[in-house]
Design a protein around this ligand. Structure first.
Ligand code: ZN
Length: 111
């Protein structure tokens, strides 16, 4: 967008944390000439209009969810593995080992 004062193309300033106040601020437009600022409207989606710590939190949550899905899948696969071999009284360690083995298998495939 152009500055309403001097028609200079304004810069996108991504959301961040203020070094002065330590508080998060949303993305905004800044004019390099007169330092005029404008808020970013929600439909201007090319700017990262999300506080960085929120992005991190969301990604961490997504990763945890992904991990638990993989873990569940591996557990299921491990049980099937023992079942298929007619092994009924396996040790917890053996089960854990087998689960980890399937975990690793999934990781190798998703890389
Ligand atoms: Zn300006």
């Amino acid at each position: 967008m152009d500055c309403p004062n001097d028609k200079t193309p304004m810069n996108q300033i991504p959301a961040g944390i203020s070094k002065k106040t330590n508080r998060p601020y949303p993305a905004f437009w800044s004019c390099p000439t007169c330092k005029h600022t404008e808020n970013v409207t929600p439909d201007e989606k090319f700017v990262q209009n999300e506080y960085p710590h929120e992005t991190e939190k969301r990604e961490a949550k997504e990763q945890t969810r992904q991990d638990s899905i993989i873990r569940q899948h591996s557990q299921h696969m491990a049980m099937l593995w023992f079942q298929a071999r007619g092994i009924e009284n396996f040790m917890d360690e053996e089960l854990t080992e087998r689960i980890n083995w399937f975990d690793k298998d999934v990781e190798d495939h998703t890389k």
